[in-house]
Ligand binder design. Structure first.
Ligand code: NAP
Length: 195
């Protein structure tokens, strides 16, 4: 296949090198070369920051194109670009001011908690927690341990937006017969260099 890649950064190179090794023809579209890359490809990959998309999409004709979008609307190190919608947990916190809300236990089906099994494929089940109050988080961590699972602090209550979105996505995958566990590498393999 001929693959046009918009962007020449980390994702562009990582995916482009992999596809080239598999025998595909690649053309990278650096700044100023977007149109060439789009015209070249049977398939085009968008591998630019979300904030660049308006500019990039105005530069090419994508009519009939298979357009792969690998972008994420957040910067992992900045944490201030969040999904626009409030999480349910944030709405609860607004409606019950003074309550110390912790988002937890929304990922796994009740059957998981009804069974005695907590270790799957050699790894203890982890439960992500989002909340703003350290004492409340500590209480819920203990409650997770009491269920023989491992708590994971996953950021403030605002990040419950992601936890809720993740649940919707993962549950959909499971219902469709897909293995959600298979789509994520273990931490050791998630990045080239651990921070
Ligand atoms: N890195 C990851 O692990 C990862 C994983 C999943 C998804 N993503 C998503 O993939 C996308 C790319 O990430 P990345 O890590 O590859 O970023 P990156 O290394 O910073 O590369 C971004 C590329 O986009 C180009 N670019 C920026 N603005 C542009 C514009 N207006 N017109 C044309 N090119 C422009 C940059 O060119 P210059 O060098 O000239 O600025 C650079 O080549 C992001 O949306 C990110 O959220 C990243």
């Amino acid at each position: 296949m001929r693959i046009g890649i918009i962007g020449a950064g980390q994702m562009a190179r990582a995916l482009g090198n992999g596809w080239a090794a598999a025998g595909h023809e690649i053309r990278y579209g650096k700044r100023g070369e977007v149109r060439d890359a789009v015209e070249f490809g049977d398939v085009t990959l968008l591998a630019v920051p979300v904030l660049a998309l308006t500019d990039v999409l105005a530069q090419g004709n994508f009519d009939g194109q298979t357009l792969i979008d690998c972008t994420n609307a957040f910067e992992p190190d900045e944490g201030d670009m969040m999904l626009g919608e409030d999480a349910v947990a944030e709405r609860i916190a607004k409606q019950a001011p003074g309550a110390r809300v912790v988002k937890a236990f929304n990922l796994c089906a009740a059957e998981v908690w009804e069974s005695d099994e907590r270790v799957f494929e050699g790894r203890r089940l982890a439960v992500p927690l989002c909340g703003d109050d350290a004492d409340a988080l500590g209480q819920v961590e203990q409650l997770v341990r009491d269920l023989k699972a491992e708590p994971v602090r996953a950021g403030g209550l605002q990040r419950a937006r992601y936890l809720e979105a993740m649940s919707a996505f993962v549950v959909g995958l499971w219902f469709a017969g897909g293995d959600a566990r298979a789509v994520l590498p273990p931490l050791e393999a998630a990045f080239a260099v651990a921070d």
